[in-house]
Design a protein around this ligand. Structure first.
Ligand SMILES: Nc1ncnc2c1ncn2[C@@H]1O[C@H](COP(=O)(O)OP(=O)(O)OP(=O)(O)O)[C@@H](O)[C@H]1O
Length: 286
């Protein structure tokens, strides 16, 4: 089931001097089973948009259809509780939301909240730990004694334990070192490829978008500025320039080589193909 929004608008602090319209009529369809990136300048409305997808905030006007749920400005929290199981939202720095005294209790909190018995919840916790790369010795440890990257794995386990069909990830690798970020992205990609989960990734990291995503949606000032498959998107570096986003390193390298006189088709987006293309021309350019 795809995710659809129709003329979605969101205004913060409506009717006060601090009123701010963050979303200005977003009509979108996000494909099921794919990895879709949402990119755009800071403040363009990305986080506001994704928080509508599990009804964490409600539209000021317009609608969202997701996993069989229809969300409009009058939606009631009790009607959307089940939706939270189906659409898992991973915030920026999710580790700040850990609060229980053991990792087992922290991860079990969600299932118990949905009426699962303690025993069943603990079984689910044991299953999810290896998925996030932690072994069973972590169960009784305090989440607060872990490294930042380990804490984040625990927080993400707390979402995966509900087995959502859709994963909405708001800058899930922010603050991680490159290896930690790669492991985190590989984990999400596994869930997409092996279990068919739909993934929506809010990211400022164009290397990740190029490497992992199928589809790109660009936000600007609360509106959708562009939508494209990932190949077409990265064939147009001028689109990234327009929105002030630094292209991935390979695209920058390609542009430098083109400016030096190398004939490189825009369709080349991987390093092996770029090297092959340049090799044949080195003598000509010298
Ligand atoms: N709780 C809030 N109250 C009032 N204004 C808000 C609130 N949250 C966000 N905004 C404003 O809404 C606009 C969109 O913010 P949002 O966080 O959705 O942008 P973003 O594209 O996710 O930015 P970033 O890339 O920095 O995370 C911004 O101008 C922001 O200041």
């Amino acid at each position: 089931m795809s995710i659809k929004t129709n003329q979605l608008e969101h205004t913060y602090n409506a009717g006060t001097p601090f009123e701010h319209q963050a979303l200005k009529g977003i009509t979108l369809e996000i494909p099921e089973g794919k990895v879709t990136a949402i990119i755009g300048q800071t403040g363009s409305g990305k986080s506001t948009f994704v928080q509508h997808l599990n009804a964490l905030i409600l539209p000021t006007s317009g609608t969202v259809d997701v996993e069989g749920f229809h969300i409009d400005p009058a939606a009631k929290l009790k009607d959307v509780k089940e939706l939270r199981k189906k659409v898992g939202l991973v915030f920026q720095f999710p580790e700040y939301q850990l609060f229980e005294e053991t990792i087992e209790k922290d991860i079990a909190f969600g299932p118990k909240n949905f009426g699962v018995t303690e025993e069943e919840a603990n079984t689910l916790v044991k299953k999810v730990l290896p998925i996030v790369g932690l072994d069973q010795t972590y169960l009784e440890r305090s989440p607060f004694d872990l490294s930042g990257g380990q804490k984040r794995r625990v927080a993400i386990a707390g979402i995966l334990v509900l087995d959502p069909d859709v994963l909405v990830l708001d800058e899930p690798t922010a603050g991680l070192d490159p290896q930690g970020a790669k492991e985190m992205m590989d984990l999400f990609m596994d869930l997409n490829k092996k279990e068919g989960k739909t993934v929506l990734l809010v990211s400022h990291d164009m290397e990740h978008v190029k490497q992992y995503c199928d589809h790109v949606i660009v936000f600007e000032d609360g509106k959708v500025k562009k939508e494209s498959d990932v190949q077409t998107f990265f064939e147009h570096p001028e689109w990234m320039e327009e929105i002030g986003i630094n292209p991935p390193s390979l695209i920058r390298l390609k542009k430098m080589l083109q400016e030096k006189g190398f004939q490189i088709p825009d369709t080349i987006l991987d390093m092996d193909a770029l090297v092959e293309c340049v090799k044949g021309q080195v003598k000509n350019v010298e």
